[in-house]
Design a protein around this ligand. Structure first.
Ligand SMILES: [Ca+2]
Length: 187
């Protein structure tokens, strides 16, 4: 009786959440209560796995650690995760993420100067960044080929912003306020 009651309760919970959160494939999930996992919109009172993002202060960041890409590929990967390339708003945000980075690597940011050479804007909101920690003499648009913003540790010391060629391969950082879709498990 206890088992049946538990299964019924789980079933009712699943139905309830699917109706309220517009479960995508309810039909395929019925009959597999023990490991029911679906992609659902996050509810505030609901436990949600934010993987692959990690929370740093009030934001969620994803730091790519395995594959370097050009700026366009990096942007696409962030969009696939429902996020954008990072647009740090202030020193506090940047300094909180720096300990997670490798000084041997570069990381793409959201800023570029595609539309106007003298003006960097963020692809995240189409506006000039409210914060930028450019390295000394940067952005220098070396050989008139550098149009994408990256984070790099000059001389493997401290991380600064630098403009570089968008086709260069760097790792990248994605940001989102809250992952809009994630895996939720109901036991
Ligand atoms: Ca440069």
């Amino acid at each position: 009786m206890l088992t049946w009651f538990s299964m019924d309760l789980r079933f009712l919970m699943m139905i309830s959440y699917c109706f309220s959160l517009q479960c995508e494939t309810l039909g395929s999930s019925i009959g597999n209560f023990a490991n029911f996992s679906q992609s659902l919109e996050i509810a505030n009172d609901f436990y949600a796995d934010i993987n692959p993002f990690q929370k740093v202060n009030s934001k969620y960041f994803y730091i790519e650690r395995s594959r370097a890409l050009n700026w366009f590929e990096a942007l696409h990967k962030c969009r696939e995760l429902g996020s954008d390339l990072v647009n740090f708003r202030n020193d506090r945000e940047l300094d909180a993420v720096i300990p997670e980075l490798s000084k041997k690597r570069c990381y793409w940011l959201s800023i570029n100067n595609f539309s106007e050479k003298s003006q960097y804007i963020s692809i995240t909101n189409g506006r000039p960044p409210s914060f930028a920690r450019w390295g000394r003499g940067e952005p220098n648009n070396l050989k008139n080929k550098e149009h994408c913003g990256q984070l790099v540790a000059f001389n493997r010391n401290t991380f600064y912003y630098n403009d570089n060629q968008c086709i260069r391969r760097c790792y990248y950082i994605c940001e989102t306020k809250l992952p809009s879709q994630t895996n939720v498990v109901i036991w």
